[in-house]
Design a protein around this ligand. Structure first.
Ligand SMILES: Nc1ncnc2c1ncn2[C@@H]1O[C@H](COP(=O)(O)OP(=O)(O)OP(=O)(O)O)[C@@H](O)[C@H]1O
Length: 451
């Protein structure tokens, strides 16, 4: 089994404690409070559950794994989805719940529950849009399956030697291109597969994204047996939902309303910058706030992420950059380093907009707003409409499982201002202005938002 180095997301229930470096000890030494217990008692919270894990019909070995991870009660999505996912005969599922509310455990426990551990063949396949997310999901499979005999394998670039033959692991987690390649070359035998999971399913099914590759994997699955298809995401835009219904026919569905798409514990701000260069200056001026906890800065292009990080590094700031043009080993080292808190500021692209779960991240900056024409393979270069789904996923990198977080959008001209207004309209959540010169107010707002 390839053991994930990324198994170290902060234990659930643990406080995201900002460790201030001496240099950051300006006056902003406020603590980030954790409202997990309250959230789990509030019946309107997506974290609330009336049930216990025992009542959800899980095997004792899995209960041990769950408690070992520090979970005490299921979240709402876990409470609602698990009985449907585990019932027999197996039924498909299209499940939606806000970022950071525990969807991973729902599908991981399904895979672990459905595996027959006496058969040494792949029985559950799980696809995610990035290697970083595949590695993180694997870390949850390994942690939750700690008291089972589960064997796991990755289907991500460079995970297996070129001459690898016949994977015998029960659960395979990967990205669609590599999964397709391994099934085609018969390294992965799918004859015993009974569960097929898509995390970030709207992205995995979007014909302008990974849809074709995902469909290829599905078409290679056995036709002579029922494969339970499980789709999860925080967002399911209409154009993908229709395809999702065909991809997972007769599925049980758990859906969110449009105005419920993001959690309320993320406070959203914007800063009106004068131009591109001013955006850079404002980002640098925020550095001490970015490093109170940890921050993720999202840019439009890889070269912007590199340029900003090189410039900030040259000016004496400690930042890292991550994007899809870096090689696999480097990507793994960067995200692992960030998880471990070696770097507090990560400058990146949409590659980690989805799924990545790092409790200590309390600030997300949209250096560039996400646009539809930047989605993978998206056709129209002239489409400058904001990409609402990606926005929701990006800001969802903070405010995980009841923690508080803030997001800041940089706007710098009429077009970006209008894009942000459209995001505000579409999500129904207010985005508050902060003057770029007014760092005291920014700090005040941050204190208020994070307390
Ligand atoms: N029942 C629980 N009790 C305590 N912590 C939990 C519970 N379920 C999940 N968590 C923790 O909450 C965090 C968020 O969970 P997860 O990553 O599964 O969210 P998600 O819904 O998949 O989010 P996203 O849409 O961003 O992918 C994780 O750190 C996880 O360990």
């Amino acid at each position: 089994m390839s053991s994930p180095a990324a198994a170290e997301s902060a234990p659930a229930g643990a406080a995201a404690e900002p460790k201030n470096d001496a240099e950051d000890l300006i006056k902003s030494t406020f603590e980030v409070s954790v409202t997990l217990a309250d959230q789990q008692a509030d019946p309107n919270s997506p974290l609330y559950s009336a049930k216990t894990f025992e009542e959800l019909g899980l095997h004792d070995d899995l209960l041990k794994g769950i408690y070992d991870m520090g979970f005490t009660k299921p979240s709402k999505i876990q409470e609602r989805a698990l009985p449907l996912l585990l019932s027999n005969p197996p039924q498909n599922m299209i499940g939606q719940s806000q970022s950071g509310t525990g969807k991973t455990a729902a599908f991981v426990l399904t895979m672990l529950s459905r595996v027959d551990y006496s058969i040494n063949k792949p029985q559950a396949l799980c696809l995610a849009p990035s290697r970083e997310l595949a590695r993180q999901i694997m870390s949850v499979v390994v942690a939750m399956g700690k008291f089972t005999a589960v064997q796991t394998e990755y289907a991500i670039k460079e995970s297996l030697p070129r001459d690898a033959k016949n994977v015998t692991a029960h659960i395979i987690v990967g990205t669609p291109g590599t999964m397709t390649d391994l099934i085609r070359r018969k390294v992965i035998d799918v004859s015993e597969v009974k569960v097929f999971v898509l995390d970030e399913a709207d992205n995995m099914l979007d014909k302008d994204g990974l849809g074709e590759q995902t469909l290829r994997v599905k078409n290679m699955l056995p036709k002579n047996r029922t494969v339970q298809i499980v789709l999860f995401s925080a967002t399911f835009p209409d154009h993908v939902r229709n395809f999702a219904n065909k991809f997972a026919p007769n599925a049980n569905k758990i859906e969110l309303q449009r105005n419920e798409l993001s959690v309320d514990n993320i406070r959203q701000f914007y800063m009106d910058c004068k131009n591109e260069e001013h955006k850079y200056e404002v980002l640098v001026s925020l550095y001490h706030l970015l490093t109170i906890g940890q921050s993720i800065i999202f840019c439009q292009h890889r070269h912007t992420a590199d340029r900003i990080s090189q410039r900030m590094t040259a000016e004496g700031h400690k930042v890292a950059s991550l994007h899809g043009a870096k090689d696999a080993t480097e990507r793994d080292a960067i995200i692992d380093g960030f998880r471990e808190g070696k770097n507090k500021v990560l400058i990146t692209t949409n590659v980690i907009a989805r799924g990545i779960d790092i409790m200590q991240v309390n600030m997300v900056v949209n250096y560039d707003l996400p646009l539809l024409n930047e989605r993978d393979n998206h056709g129209s270069k002239g489409d400058f409409r904001p990409d609402i789904e990606t926005y929701i996923h990006r800001i969802g990198r903070t405010g995980r499982f009841g923690r508080k977080g803030i997001s800041v959008n940089f706007v710098h001209d009429k077009a970006t201002w209008q894009q942000m207004e459209e995001i505000e309209r579409a999500t129904g959540k207010q985005i508050i202005r902060i003057e770029t010169t007014d760092l005291d107010t920014m700090e005040e707002q941050m204190k208020k938002a994070l307390k």
